[in-house]
Design a protein around this ligand. Structure first.
Ligand code: IMP
Length: 198
């Protein structure tokens, strides 16, 4: 990989996500996020798919800054609910819903369900020198009946990844990053960047 720091914008306002992703990047990449930019691009996530929303968020930054940029969009997909809340995960309990309200609505919708299988899916859209590339990461697991743990954000306290006996909210950031949907999608992005920076 090139030794010259490469500026790359992560089109997110979410400092949690920014920190998670930055922790996985090699030091050659100087990662910025929306709080670092002077002109912001407010984006409505109006697409019907994770890929469409990732593209909308990425494209808004590219149009205003001309910089290389990537955006992610994540959904929690519950098998027995036909993939809901999916692309609507952030506002499952309403347009201004917070994480507790979203979790409460989901637990309520699943109260009679024995099949607790779910997955987090992240799609990343990258604009690199004007060309768009997509990456995807999936983390399979189960929705618990009660929240457990204080770390993380969103649905972390009720999501237990397969093969683990703790929820994402009971893991350190480093533990979560290794197996998470975003971590896996980010690994693909990193692999792609390494190949293209040789
Ligand atoms: P976004 O597209 O990454 O903003 O994610 C949409 C919604 O999915 C967020 O508002 C959270 O509710 C949820 N979400 C995304 N990533 C995670 C995660 O790693 N853990 C728990 N919930 C998440």
């Amino acid at each position: 990989m090139s030794k010259v720091p490469i500026k790359l914008v992560f089109a997110t306002h979410n400092a949690n996500k920014y920190r998670e992703v930055r922790a996985q990047l090699p030091s050659e990449i100087d990662l910025l996020y929306l709080a670092d930019l002077t002109h912001e691009a407010p984006v409505e996530e109006t697409a019907q798919s994770l890929r469409g929303n990732a593209l909308l968020k990425m494209d808004a930054v590219v149009q205003t800054t001309g910089m290389n940029c990537f955006a992610d969009d994540t959904g929690l997909e519950v098998m027995a609910l036909n993939g809901a809340p999916g692309v609507y995960s952030a506002r499952y309990a309403g347009p201004k819903a917070n994480a507790e309200e979203n979790m409460a609505k989901l637990l309520n919708s699943m109260v009679d369900l024995e099949d607790r299988r779910a997955q987090f899916r992240t799609v990343i859209a990258l604009s690199w020198n004007g060309v768009t590339h997509y990456f995807e990461g999936i983390c399979s697991g189960h929705i618990l009946r009660q929240p457990r743990g204080m770390a993380g954000f969103g649905y972390d306290p009720i999501f237990q990844p397969l093969g683990h006996d703790r929820t994402f909210a009971q893991m350190t950031l480093a533990e979560k990053s290794v197996l998470s949907h975003r971590g896996l999608a980010m690994n693909q992005l990193m692999e792609w960047l390494r190949d293209h920076l040789k």
